[in-house]
Design a protein. Structure first.
Ligand code: SF4
Lengths: 200, 467
């Protein structure tokens, strides 16, 4: 996973709320089985509309998506995160995220930043007036800055530390193998098993 | 301290906790399906890891399977490469897998309960947001993404931040003709799509207590559409009656011991919830969606709203977009909307009770000309039961074919999909743009309304047909 410290980049104003993962990544592409190569799938149906903001050449190369509330609701498909990343986004800003989407994003190093709706509105205005506006997302300081904006955002210490170092979550958990084994030895014996054989 | 049901399940599954870190939570059951898993297995292999507890893992194929056959040819399996991959990956790592054609195959959230694998007090995860369905059993069950699948495969745990508690009290009693689907649609209409974010919703009150397990599953299934991480219902006699003698339910003395344990799990009197919602069940009528998210709904007797019916900027913008996408004129009576197709099935309403309800409406009637009906049972067991009960004959007489189990037109990952501009009444859970096919227009409804709509050719309730 790519580490995330500070990113300065341009933003895309996506003036829509309730952007569910079916829009971010239409289900029909969900039969793909690779880990990369999803840039073409991002908002594929909306990109077919000429007026859609991603079709505006002035926003080409932007790395920060600024969206309305309840971004990433719906399906758990992690494809939505991969599509955003493969397209080039490293940060998504919204007043509120779907839980599963936010979890998936932070696992993969796509920073999901919650900012209040008035700040999002201000970012929309700035990026609409001047698409070259630079926005800085600083994970060290947990702040977002842009002309006239300097606001903090919340992220828990653990996730922040993991993103700053680009660490693999599974390796971190594996360090607690003893605690897991101890827990397993005290589970209720009548809990169901699925019929498969446990190795080792 | 007084604890909620969710608090108790959480407490019982913490492997490790440390200040400033998420809790490490043990997962009792990990369910897999073909769509969101290939990359997780690839990454697991690439890192030289293995599956820690195949005996707590179960896979099925449901999302992209065909519904015209339960005996797919080898070509058919290969063409649907994810089916081949889940089969190969499960064989490699020793995971029990129920392929299409197996008597236990079906939509992942239908077969878990059916097999007795969802039991009170457990934690269950699956690479699918509607894992919340299992919450009907007093099980803390939630959807995860592919990276988390890999994490659970490798460690049988997940680092998780504890969710907040929301109580959802549904009081009164339902009028005849009002179903669990109407309850949950009305609830989401009230909460919106985001109020549940970060929360477990515990559903309670007389309406829930009187509901069957199938109905409770419908309600918990859609908890995620209000943004919730999970839905929960305390186990009671209805739960026990459903679970007893299921293949994976505890037997004999184990049953007695586990039941005694389950009875201790209910929320303590006086436990404090972080937030609360109340819904008067007595006031409800059949509900249908008109827009492009599950909160955009009205009573079936209502009309398509206009932009000016919304006072906030967000609601107005969302309504404008929805009206355009759905091709609707404000003020149109919902009952005047003609449909091209009807879909009865999915993990929301693909259980035997749902098929019985549809059959009751279709008995002695015919589907309207020009309406295409897809009737897809949630599992092979549901299908077998529908045949055994003679429901298939009722469907056939009405001009409806009983298909083979899978997600089908709920997610349109196989060939069951609508064409652009087609309008459908659908018993699934999501009316998102393009969900049932590019440009498709979905109205989420109950099985009763779906079946009546198939007969009338426009949105209708069973009572409308009798008139
Ligand atoms: S039936 Fe629909 S909602 Fe349920 S698991 Fe399948 S695709 Fe998901």
């Amino acid at each position: 996973m790519q580490a995330f410290t500070v990113l300065t980049g341009r933003g895309v104003p996506l003036r829509r709320s309730d952007v569910d993962t079916d829009q971010i990544f239409p289900g029909r592409f969900g039969t793909r089985t690779t880990a990369t190569g999803y840039e073409d799938t991002l908002f594929a149906d909306w990109r077919a509309e000429p007026g859609f903001v991603l079709n505006d050449p002035r926003y080409r190369g932007a790395t920060i998506l600024v969206a309305g509330s309840d971004f990433g609701t719906g399906s758990s498909r992690e494809f939505a995160v991969w599509a955003l990343q493969d397209y080039g986004f490293r940060v998504v800003v919204s007043p509120r995220f779907g839980d599963i989407f936010r979890g998936n994003a932070l696992k993969r190093g796509l920073l999901a930043v919650r900012l209040d709706a008035p700040v999002v509105e201000r970012l929309w205005q700035l990026t609409e007036e001047d698409p070259a506006t630079e926005i800085t997302v600083d994970l060290e300081r947990r702040t977002v800055t842009a002309p006239g904006i300097d606001v903090p955002f919340e992220i828990d210490d653990h996730t922040r530390a993991r993103l700053l170092e680009g660490l693999d979550d599974i390796a971190a958990t594996e360090r607690h193998a003893d605690a897991i084994a101890a827990y397993e030895s005290r589970r209720r014996p009548a809990l169901p098993t699925t019929g498969a054989v446990r190795h080792g | 301290m007084q604890l909620t049901l969710a608090d108790k399940i959480w407490r019982d599954h913490v492997v490790r906790s440390a200040v400033g870190e998420p809790d490490l939570l043990y997962i009792d059951l990990h369910l897999l399906h073909e769509v969101n898993t290939p990359v997780a297995f690839d990454n697991l292999r690439a890192a030289g890891r293995t599956v820690r507890r195949p005996d707590l893992t179960l896979a099925t194929e449901d999302h992209a399977t065909p519904t015209f056959t339960d005996r797919p040819s080898l070509d058919e399996v290969l063409r649907r490469s994810q089916m081949k991959l889940i089969r190969d990956n499960c064989a490699e790592f020793g995971i029990q897998m129920y392929p299409l054609g197996d008597a236990r195959q079906g939509i992942v959230h239908v077969i878990g309960p059916e097999l007795g694998l969802a039991q009170p007090g457990m934690t269950i995860v699956c690479c699918d947001s509607h894992t919340t369905t299992h919450g009907a059993f007093g099980t803390l069950a939630f959807g995860i993404g592919a990276s988390q699948v890999e994490h659970v495969l490798a460690t049988q745990t997940l680092p998780m931040t504890k969710m907040k508690n929301m109580s959802v009290d549904i009081t009164g009693s339902l009028a005849p003709g009002v179903t669990p689907k109407d309850v949950v649609l009305a609830l989401i209409n009230k909460t919106g799509t985001g109020r549940g974010v970060g929360h477990v919703m515990e559903f309670r009150g007389p309406v829930i207590e009187a509901m069957s397990m199938e109905g409770r599953m419908t309600v918990c299934n859609m908890a995620v559409e209000a943004g919730s991480r999970a839905g929960l219902i305390a186990p009671d006699e209805t739960t026990l009656a459903y679970l007893k003698d299921r293949p994976h339910a505890p037997k004999g003395e184990d049953w007695e011991r586990e039941v005694a344990h389950w009875r201790t799990l209910a929320t303590d009197p006086g436990a404090i919830f972080d937030s609360a919602v109340h819904l008067d069940g007595s006031a409800l009528t059949p509900f249908v969606t008109w827009g492009i998210n599950p909160a955009q709904s009205v009573p079936l007797g209502g009309r398509v709203p206009g932009v000016d019916d919304f006072t906030d900027d967000r609601g107005r913008r969302a309504a404008a977009r929805a009206l355009e996408y759905m091709g609707l004129t404000p003020g149109t009576a919902m009952r005047d909307l003609a449909v091209d197709a009807v879909f009865i099935g999915s993990c929301t309403n693909g259980r035997i009770e749902d098929l019985r309800a549809a059959a009751e409406v279709l008995r002695g009637r015919k589907v309207a000309d020009g309406v295409e009906v897809l009737l897809v049972p949630g599992s092979a067991a549901v299908r077998a039961q529908a045949v055994a009960e003679g429901l298939e004959d009722v469907f056939n007489a009405a001009g409806v074919e009983l298909r083979y189990p899978g997600c089908s037109m709920c997610c349109a990952l196989n060939e069951d999909r609508l064409r652009p501009g087609q309008r459908a009444a659908s018993t699934n859970n999501r009316n998102f743009e393009g969900r049932q096919g590019r440009g498709a227009r979905t109205h989420v409804v109950s099985p009763e309304v779906a079946a009546a709509t198939a007969v009338a050719g426009r949105l209708a309730s069973p009572a409308d047909l009798a008139a």
